[in-house]
Every structure is written in structure tokens, then in C-alpha cells.
Ligand binder design. Structure first.
Ligand code: SF4
Length: 354
């Protein structure tokens, strides 16, 4: 890609990958068996389970019952780095396992499956992204946590949605021009909030991109008293209808602080498990997606997060056979480069909470 090509508006980076099939349903007895097996394995391997809000409720329950954590990607990274376990088992998608390895190289990082990826990560290939950055050398490179270790290694800052507005505001106050990647919706939202000079990569999340303003208005007509909570990876027309916009953790807080008894929630429905714990008296409603004619992408649940099944989790420790390797490895030269922007993110988030 030459400089002129890179200066043009980036085309939407559509990811055309087969959506994985959901794992098989288990009987109650089978679930019990695998739950027990995971618990035994965690003890035997001095391991701790770190799960994302978007995993299935049974995985989140296990993490809570075994002294692990259920959190957003920023908190997962912090928890894993500070925990004394020898092994972290990361239930989420691959970039989360890589982030854990970058921050904790001395630990063994296992995942239920390394095939659990993310459309944002896939939509921001290392080579094309490096060319894009090279074409704009005057800009600070800020990448969302949902990127590969190699893309992080090319960045000046890593950021999560929970601190994105604050970080871009900070960089803008220093007079910096910015490249933002990969999520175009979140990038546009951050740009609108901060009025900073931000050049956007055009990636998208296959789950949030499906939320639909027309269908959301119809849902609001059915539940007129409900507040609308929206993750900013959703399209602008959906964000515009929101009573609260924020990261997963921020939406859980908003669910508590808003007075409404009904909440329409536009993010992955995996979040309902922790949100409902916080607001047991409230009714949580999944925001509608593309509705009629919608594809299997339109179920408000990440198909890659869903790959973190109980069976895959129980088998993650079994790395005896060559084709069954669930351990995360990050090349040391890449790790050291990616560590710099990740540490900047952690340092910046500490200044916000100080
Ligand atoms: S929900 Fe979207 S952003 Fe999150 S892992 Fe899945 S594809 Fe990626």
C-alpha cells in the first residue's frame, strides 16, 4: 500500500470467515461431570480461571466458584498479571490469551480453544495495518485491545472501551493526531466525544454491528419505560437511541444507577449473567438485531466466545496429543514490543482511578 492509497478512506474491512458451529448441548449429568473435572484440574495445576463477561453463564459461574474472575478485558489482564497461580486459563478469545501472556510471560496461559478469535482481530492484519501506520508517521497509533500481539507491537497505546474516551482526550490535549484501530464504530464514537483528530481503521464486531435502530425503536414502543443501554461498538444510529453508552463494566454500573425497571441491552447477551446479579429486581431485554432475514451472526452472542464450552475447558489441560495444544505462545521480540503500549494502557488507567 503506498502513501496515497493509505490516505484514502479505508474501506470497511469485512471479515468473511466461517462462523463456528455452537458446541453440543450437554445433559445435566454431563455438565456436572465436566464442572467437577475443571475444578479438579484447576487445583491440580495451580491454575485460575479468568473469564470474560461474554462467555456462557456456566463458565462465568465456574470462574466465580473457583476463585477466578469474570470481567472485561482490561480487568482480566490486571487480575491475571497480579494472581499468584502458575497457570491462567483464559476463557475468552485469542487476543485475551495473548494479552495475558504478554503481561505474564512466566505463567502458562491455556485457553479452552485457540480457534476462538474475534472479527476485529481478524479484520486488522499485521501487514496491512503496519502499511497504514507507515503512511501516517505523524500520528500516534492507538489500538483497541481486540487485536493480535503483532498489531499491538506496532502501536503506541493499547486501549479498552472502558478508558478509550479518556485516553484519546488526553492525547488530544497534548496536541497529538491519532490513528485508531480496528473498530470503526467505537472509533467514530470516541472521535465524536473528544473532537480529536482521529483517523479510523474500518473494522467491526460481527455481534455489535448487527444491532438495528429500527428494530430497537420497535422494542422501545413495546417497553416504553425501558432504558436503552448500548455498547459503542454498535452502529451510530443505535448509539443515538441510548440512555447509557459504555463498556461492559460501565453498562453494568449504568444498569444499577438508572431508575428504570426494564433495560434493553445492546451488547453480547453473555453480560446478562453479571448484570442480573447486580440488578435482580430488573427485567433485562436483549436489544433486537437485524430481525427478519438476519443471519446466524444476529443472535447477540459472539460465536467465538461461545466456543468456550465446558468440554473445551475441561480438555484444555490435556495437552498430551500434538493436535490438542491449547497453550498461548507469543514470540519474545513481539511480546517485548507489545508490552510497551499495554503497560502504557495500565499506567493510564491507574492515573484515572487514582
Ligand atoms: S463480541 Fe465482537 S468484539 Fe467481542 S470477541 Fe466477539 S467478535 Fe470480537
Amino acid at each position: 500500500m503506498n502513501a496515497n492509497a493509505a490516505s484514502a478512506v479505508m474501506p470497511a474491512f469485512k471479515v468473511d470467515v466461517p462462523i463456528p458451529k455452537p458446541p453440543c448441548e450437554l445433559s445435566i449429568e454431563e455438565k456436572q461431570h465436566y464442572r467437577q473435572r475443571v475444578k479438579q484440574q484447576l487445583v491440580a495445576h495451580n491454575a485460575v480461571l479468568v473469564a470474560h463477561y461474554y462467555t456462557d453463564p456456566e463458565i462465568q459461574t465456574l470462574a466465580e466458584e473457583t476463585g477466578g474472575c469474570v470481567a472485561d478485558s482490561l480487568e482480566m489482564a490486571r487480575f491475571g498479571a497480579e494472581h499468584s497461580a502458575d497457570t491462567l486459563i483464559v476463557a475468552g478469545v485469542k487476543f485475551m490469551g495473548e494479552t495475558a501472556k504478554i503481561l505474564s510471560p512466566e505463567k502458562r496461559i491455556l485457553m479452552p480453544t485457540l480457534d476462538a478469535t474475534c472479527s476485529l482481530d481478524l479484520g486488522c492484519p499485521e501487514k496491512e495495518f503496519a502499511e497504514f501506520c507507515d503512511a501516517h508517521p505523524d500520528r500516534v497509533v492507538v489500538v483497541y485491545a481486540n487485536t493480535s500481539a503483532a498489531v499491538k507491537a506496532r502501536a503506541d497505546y493499547v486501549v479498552t472501551s472502558s478508558i478509550a474516551v479518556e485516553l484519546i482526550e488526553h492525547l488530544d490535549s497534548l496536541g497529538k493526531k491519532i490513528i485508531w484501530a480496528p473498530d470503526r464504530h467505537l472509533g467514530r464514537y470516541v472521535k465524536q466525544q473528544t473532537h480529536a483528530d482521529v483517523l479510523l481503521w474500518q473494522g467491526e464486531c460481527v455481534v455489535h454491528d448487527e444491532f438495528n435502530a429500527k428494530a430497537l425503536l420497535q422494542a422501545k414502543a413495546i417497553f416504553p419505560e425501558a432504558a436503552i443501554l448500548v455498547h459503542p461498538e454498535s452502529p451510530a444510529s443505535v448509539v443515538k437511541l441510548a440512555d447509557a453508552v459504555g463498556s461492559t463494566s460501565q453498562l453494568i454500573k449504568a444498569a444499577k444507577s438508572l431508575p428504570n425497571k426494564q433495560l434493553i441491552v445492546a451488547t453480547d447477551k453473555g453480560i446478562f449473567y453479571k448484570m442480573q446479579q447486580q440488578v435482580p429486581e430488573k427485567e433485562l431485554i436483549i436489544a433486537p438485531t437485524a430481525g427478519e432475514g438476519a443471519t446466524c451472526r444476529s443472535c447477540a452472542h459472539c460465536p467465538w466466545m461461545k466456543m468456550n464450552s465446558l468440554v473445551a475447558l475441561a480438555e484444555a489441560f490435556d495437552i498430551k496429543s500434538a493436535e490438542k495444544v491449547n497453550e498461548i505462545h507469543v514470540e519474545e521480540s513481539v511480546r517485548l514490543k507489545a508490552l510497551i503500549p499495554l503497560n502504557r494502557m495500565l499506567e493510564f488507567s491507574r492515573t484515572l482511578s487514582a
